[in-house]
Write a protein that binds this ligand. Sequence first.
Ligand code: HAM
Length: 489
Amino acid sequence: MPQKKPIKKPSKPKKAPVRAKAAALAPPAAPLAAVSKPPEVLQPVKGMRDILPGEESLWYLIKKKAEELVRAFGYGAIETPILEHKALFVRGVGETTDLVHKEMYCFKDQGGDEVCLRPEGTAAICRAYINHGMLNLPQPVKLWYFGPFFRREKPQSGRYRQFHQWSVEVIGDAHPVLDAEVISVAMAFFHELELPVVVEVNSIGCQQCRNAYKEELLKFYHPKQELLCETCKVRLQANRLRLLDCKEAQCELLKEGAPQITDFLCEACREHFMRVLEYLEETSIAYTLNPYIVRGLDYYNRTVFEIFSGAEPQKAAPAQPAAPTQGEGVEMAPEQPEGEKAAAGRIALGGGGRYDGLVEQLGGRPTPAVGFSLGLERIATYLKASGKLSGMPPTARIFIAQLGEAARRKALSLWHALYRDVPVAAALSKDGLKAQLEIANRLAVRYAIIIGQKEVLDQTAIIRDMEAGIQEVVDYNKVIPEIKKKLGV
Ligand code: HAM
């Protein structure tokens, strides 16, 4: 009988001496200085920033209030792409506006399309309204959205190159009550956050009113043009309404005594504006008339408005134990962006107005619309400075500490059994009890559940009152009801 050959284990290849192997793999010797230089740490693009957990909880509160409000008022959520065709904003916002002329991030993509990072949302919403045949829905179509926007402006406090907005748009109806409705939604939002704000309202009429007004502005400014700043000298010809928006001291001074657009409104625009103001009075919204609000985007007509922080907020400590904050977080002192010093200490939180011609300008049927956008970074700054932070996201109330591998497994399953009823924290990768209890202390939890090797064997767990420093042993099966009883959940 043929003998079975014993299967021979393949002999392991002989290991080359480690040093010889390393030498073979090593790149050719480089000069000493080049080898020892650590790689450069990259920073975010100028004017753009990271939003870290400590600050994000403010955003959670802001977004939660905003979303609750718009859902209650019957608005539907919409999201549009961050990248759009450049032509959308050139046509929609206006070629001569600073935003289109100087501030867009545009590039040609690999297919040769001219695209840009969206600098604002309204034009894209109107594009979507046309693309999806929303004119066939019951009008007006009421939409809301959050999202990032990009403007290559001079970065300074409160002014970023990537920032975020919360916006609402009401498309398909020209009734003045809708102008009042959107203003009232914005004001209700600040009321919900307990932030005092001021809304300044104006009407810039229709094209016909503005033509007459622009003539009058020319008559007023022409004899004084040498006194204008260099930008406004150009604006006098190219974009005369923007003269009223300039924050250069000499232009501010000249503005006093300038004609006011409200004196040039046609009958229909005057009637519309009067009715908007009446509706605002009906909702008890305290507004201020500011005949010099013109807004920086070309699509507006009739009602325009801007919302400012009401009073300089006091610095205040956060009402909750601070979540671990990394890096810069939100600035405490709400500084005013240079270009928007409407009054010392005020923050320009948002703005909006009517844009009855935009849908048509983008190729749709004539469709009136009105909306607003609020700047989330600025609201977060104002909110933090005000200290009115009730409603922040829930933080952990319990910490699960474990000692030993069997306890670690039990801790993981206990965490899953508990998290729906109580926010729980743990540091499962840690081995030492001391280190875990230090974390529990830092998180300011009320109770820690401790499971060690003995507890695993005994089918028990320790519940430690972190404030009183007292602990008790409980049957493992009773840990959850016991902890819920203690927390009153
Ligand atoms: P906007 O006035 O250009 O309007 O922007 C609205 C708000 O966004 C500003 O009041 C400000 O709070 C915030 N914001 C603007 N630029 C920056 C920036 N560089 N950094 C930080 N925050 C900023 C619009 O965007 C229109 N789409 C509003 C609208 C909607 N009109 C009708 N519907």
